[in-house]
Design a protein around this ligand. Structure first.
Ligand SMILES: NC(=O)c1ccc[n+]([C@@H]2O[C@H](COP(=O)([O-])OP(=O)(O)OC[C@H]3O[C@@H](n4cnc5c(N)ncnc54)[C@H](OP(=O)(O)O)[C@@H]3O)[C@@H](O)[C@H]2O)c1
Length: 267
């Protein structure tokens, strides 16, 4: 995989990479020979993950523009280049009907899920990618193109990220490729409130017979940032076990039942 993917010696930032999908992406990039920088708000987790991957880490929230500047400077100073950005960190709050949504929490969702990815790409573009080359992947969601119970803020912000992906793909070509990956339900902490009660029922409603694993998404991300995808930009790669084609497979959709009857734990 190393040589064919062309990632050896390239420098990559993965936001929110201390667990879940981001951790799997950073792990696969490191295994492909990339020099990785991981982020997250919990400093101990960031340190531990960076050590595990033989890379560097910068603790902070992507909502803080200074943090994104610090991430960029740290990568440039450690590796002398910044070839890959994976915008993975996100929030699924505020959860619930939009008529109850707190305006501050709504703004925070857009700051973390939309503004931060743009700011980090701006930093990478100015510091390295404009003069060299680069690849960006934004992690969206299968739900970004349709509606669902209680996830209005999350899906609206991810729909904006999907649009941002295409806009940037056009603006930054040919130097920088910008794509997105849209996962269906994946077995991570963020989605625990959906899958932890009765995972088998959820799996039975999916054409491919199981919910996702972080590695399912990571493989897609690594392919998109690699030279194997050198003629791909502005694409959204759906990695959802067949969620979007389920109506031709089965009637019910247990994920929406769960979104109606459960909620994430208090932040
Ligand atoms: N799991 C799913 O079913 C699913 C489905 C579709 C899309 N996605 C998308 O996949 C991506 C990863 O989600 P996940 O399920 O892997 O979540 P996760 O397991 O909860 O991991 C989230 C990671 O992001 C970090 N993080 C959270 N908020 C952050 C912030 N403001 N600044 C910096 N880091 C932050 C977390 O560390 P700290 O808490 O220490 O900051 C952690 O490392 C997200 O974009 C999510 O929207 C997930």
């Amino acid at each position: 995989m190393r040589s064919s993917y062309g990632l050896e010696g390239r420098a990559a930032v993965v936001t929110g990479a201390t667990r879940g999908i981001g951790r799997a992406v950073a792990g696969r990039l490191a295994a492909a020979g990339a020099l990785v920088c991981v982020t997250g708000r919990n400093a101990d987790d960031v340190r531990r993950t960076a050590t595990e991957l033989g890379g560097i880490g910068v603790a902070g929230s992507v909502a803080d523009p200074d943090h994104l500047g610090e991430v960029t400077e740290s990568v440039l100073s450690a590796y002398g280049r910044l070839d890959v950005v994976v915008n993975n960190a996100a929030t699924n709050r505020p959860y619930g009907p939009l008529m109850d949504a707190d305006p501050g929490a709504w703004r925070e969702a857009f700051t973390v899920n939309v503004e931060a990815p743009l700011r980090l790409v701006q930093c990478a573009w100015r510091a390295w990618m404009r003069e060299h080359r680069g690849a960006v992947v934004n992690i969206c969601t299968e739900g970004a193109t349709h509606v669902g119970p209680n996830v209005g803020a999350y899906n609206t912000s991810k729909a904006a990220l999907l649009h941002l992906t295409r806009q940037l793909a056009g603006e930054l070509a040919p130097r920088v490729r910008v794509n997105s990956v849209s996962p269906g339900l994946v077995r991570t902490e963020m989605a625990r409130f959906v899958w932890e009660r009765g995972e088998e029922e959820l799996a039975a409603g999916l054409p491919l017979g199981r919910i996702g694993k972080p590695q399912d998404v990571a493989r897609a991300v690594v392919w998109l940032v690699s030279d194997a995808a050198e003629w791909v930009t502005g694409a959204d790669l759906l990695v959802d076990g067949g969620t979007r084609v389920r109506t031709a497979y089965s009637g019910g959709y247990a994920v929406h039942d769960r979104l109606r009857s459960s909620a994430p734990p208090p932040a």
